[in-house]
Design a protein around this ligand. Structure first.
Ligand code: WQD
Length: 333
């Protein structure tokens, strides 16, 4: 099968491309390289031992989408291409809605033109807002998002639901990621955000490396066991495997709209994450307790039952693996 991976040079996209190639899919990447390094394609080919087709461009450009579909018999699309920094989205809402929502409208328009109706969409647990309960199931209400990034994912989920209800020939899997961290065991690819990291793990690894001096722990007065925020960290390689499982579901069953949480089902606090990182790396992380970050919630972790029962998806990597692989990548960067 020929799979178009939009944003395939990004953090989750690149790890998923490697899993696709390892599972004998043909991979075509469209990426504008806005949040990734341009040697990432060579690294994907080196780590998989296989070639990929790469198109540099932006999904908002219908011409490049048409060119890709004309030149390749695309069987399915995995759509990662989006901006993903929560804080930045509050400052630049229009750019986020344009890049994260309008591009999907262009994508599904061209997919329909070429009668390609299998789509795996990269969504986020952020669509649950402040969750009504934890662990979070797919039946939990969505909405009440606290930032344009999360709202953009909510909008696209609504668009895809409306698209499916208008044409039951579509075959759509919406994957709600919890907190992806870690890196490929080679240390050749991993999370390398532009500028000062917003997410905790790349910030921790840069403090461990000495590039940043101190980690601010955003609040220790939440209603959690040690007062710091609790999240469901999932190894990016496990997350990538979840996409293969979703594709297999679309190939096998077809004609449906499926929604899955991709998480481990285990929540860890910020202090527990720091402790796990120190044990895995042997390096003390300098941190201090700081005020809460606006928009943060106390606890967010998944009930992974549905993905396990319907996709056969079970995460394999531990928090220690996530920390070890994240540090291995940072120390080699
Ligand atoms: C995790 C925990 C912070 C930084 C967001 C998006 C989600 C996904 C991942 C894209 C929280 C604490 C953080 C720091 C800290 N995005 N923290 N000091 O906010 O749970 O999720 O990023 O895929 O969709 O919503 O992730 O890593 O920013 O925060 O104490 O310097 O670490 O308060 O408890 P978050 P995060």
């Amino acid at each position: 099968m020929n799979i178009l991976v939009t944003g395939g040079c990004g953090y989750i996209g690149s790890h998923t491309c490697i899993e696709l190639l390892n599972n004998n899919y043909n991979v075509i990447i469209l990426d504008n390289l806005s949040n990734s390094k341009n040697n990432i394609v060579e690294k994907i080919e080196c780590l998989s031992g296989k070639k990929v087709k790469f198109y540099e461009g932006d999904m908002i450009d219908k011409n490049i989408l048409r060119k890709i579909f004309k030149e390749n018999n695309i069987d399915a699309v995995i759509d990662f291409a989006a901006f993903k920094a929560v804080g930045e989205s509050i400052i630049k809402p229009v750019e986020y809605y344009k890049n994260n929502v309008s591009t999907v409208l262009e994508l599904v328009t061209i997919m329909k033109e070429f009668n390609c109706k299998k789509l795996v969409f990269s969504s986020s647990a952020t669509v649950y807002g402040a969750p009504e309960k934890v662990p979070i199931t797919e039946e939990c209400k969505i909405g009440g998002t606290t930032n344009p990034y999360g709202t953009s994912k909510l909008f696209v989920e609504q668009i895809l639901n409306d698209l499916y209800n208008s044409d039951k020939e579509w075959d759509i899997a919406i994957l709600r990621y919890f907190n992806p961290i870690g890196a490929h065991e080679s240390g050749l690819i991993g999370e390398e955000p532009n500028g000062i990291p917003a997410n905790i793990m790349p910030f921790i690894t840069k403090v461990a490396k000495g590039e940043l001096s101190c980690l601010n722990v955003f609040g220790d007065d939440y209603d959690t066991p040690d007062g710091t925020g609790v999240r469901d960290y999932i190894h990016v390689v496990d997350l990538a495997v979840g996409h293969i499982k979703a594709l297999e579901k679309l190939e096998k069953e077809g004609k449906g709209l499926y929604i899955y949480n991709l998480g481990t089902g285990q929540g860890y606090s910020v202090l527990e994450l720091i402790d796990a990182f120190e044990k895995a790396s042997g390096i003390k992380v300098n941190y201090k307790i700081a005020p809460r970050r606006a928009g943060d919630i106390a606890e967010c972790y998944s009930d992974p039952t549905k993905a396990r029962e319907e996709l056969g998806f079970v995460t394999k990597k531990s928090l220690e693996d996530m920390c070890k692989d994240a540090w291995n990548f940072e120390s080699k960067s």
